[in-house]
Design a protein around this ligand. Structure first.
Ligand SMILES: NC(=O)c1ccc[n+]([C@@H]2O[C@H](COP(=O)([O-])OP(=O)(O)OC[C@H]3O[C@@H](n4cnc5c(N)ncnc54)[C@H](OP(=O)(O)O)[C@@H]3O)[C@@H](O)[C@H]2O)c1
Length: 209
């Protein structure tokens, strides 16, 4: 995120951190069982969520990609679904999702699981992933998913890179969105465990919850 807490600009541009930090993220991804993102991140960024920078160094393998998408809005043309025949992909939808769309998502090779009535129930998602044997799940945003998971108390670690930049914008997505807490006394308390400083001024903060 930027120093002012934004994870994207008002236009949704989110390439904030350096190549060095991206390599750190890819290394982290390759140590995970799954990477989870919200559907808005897929719609705005069209990410691949692979460890390609590690593969360039002949290291690492791709974790399973998990998309939380109540209404099955994920585009068939998205880079995630276009590569779903090669990289394992699970799309969690709610009972509201269109059956025909679910079938076309499945035809790409992605698995589609219904979890939740209106929106995706994240606790069901986590228990499903646990049953599949997944132990380490990396959540890569965006702000809404970050809030949903933090506020139900299922996050045990937060790693955030602060890039020495300010982009402003009241509609720019911040690290944690959602409804928020009215009182500081309700705040989620964390313990700062480690700080890494890159030469370019980026700080990588490691918190435990
Ligand atoms: N800088 C970074 O590291 C970084 C990382 C990731 C994203 N981003 C940026 O963040 C922005 C997107 O973030 P965002 O906060 O708008 O959206 P998001 O968290 O990516 O996705 C939110 C959407 O997920 C779906 N969802 C389903 N069940 C949910 C649940 N239980 N809790 C929360 N969401 C649920 C909802 O849509 P449905 O109801 O339709 O399913 C919701 O609108 C983009 O601009 C992206 O570029 C930046």
């Amino acid at each position: 995120m930027t120093v002012d807490g934004k994870i994207a600009t008002t236009c949704g541009k989110s390439q904030i951190s350096s190549r060095l930090d991206l390599l750190r993220v890819h290394k982290l991804r390759s140590s995970m069982d799954a990477i989870l993102v919200g559907i808005s991140t897929v719609l705005v960024d069209d990410p691949l969520l692979t460890v390609r920078l590690m593969k360039q160094l002949n290291k690492g393998s791709d974790p399973v990609r998990v998309v939380v998408d109540s209404h099955a809005r994920i585009p068939i043309e998205s880079r995630i679904l276009k590569t779903a025949d090669r990289t394992e992909t699970i799309v969690f939808v709610s009972e509201r999702a269109n059956e025909i769309k679910i079938r076309s998502v499945r035809s790409t090779g992605a698995m589609v699981i219904i979890a939740g009535a209106e929106t995706v129930d994240l606790l069901s998602v986590l228990s499903y992933l646990k049953k599949m044997g997944f132990k380490k799940i990396l959540v890569e945003g965006g702000g809404e998913i970050n809030w949903s998971l933090l506020s139900v108390g299922v996050v045990n670690e937060l790693i955030v890179t602060i890039s020495p930049k300010i982009v402003g914008g009241r509609s720019a997505t911040t690290l944690v969105e959602g409804d928020g807490y009215e009182n500081i006394s309700y705040a989620i308390n964390m313990e700062l465990k480690k700080v890494q400083r890159h030469k370019n001024g980026e700080l990588v903060l490691f918190y435990e919850l």
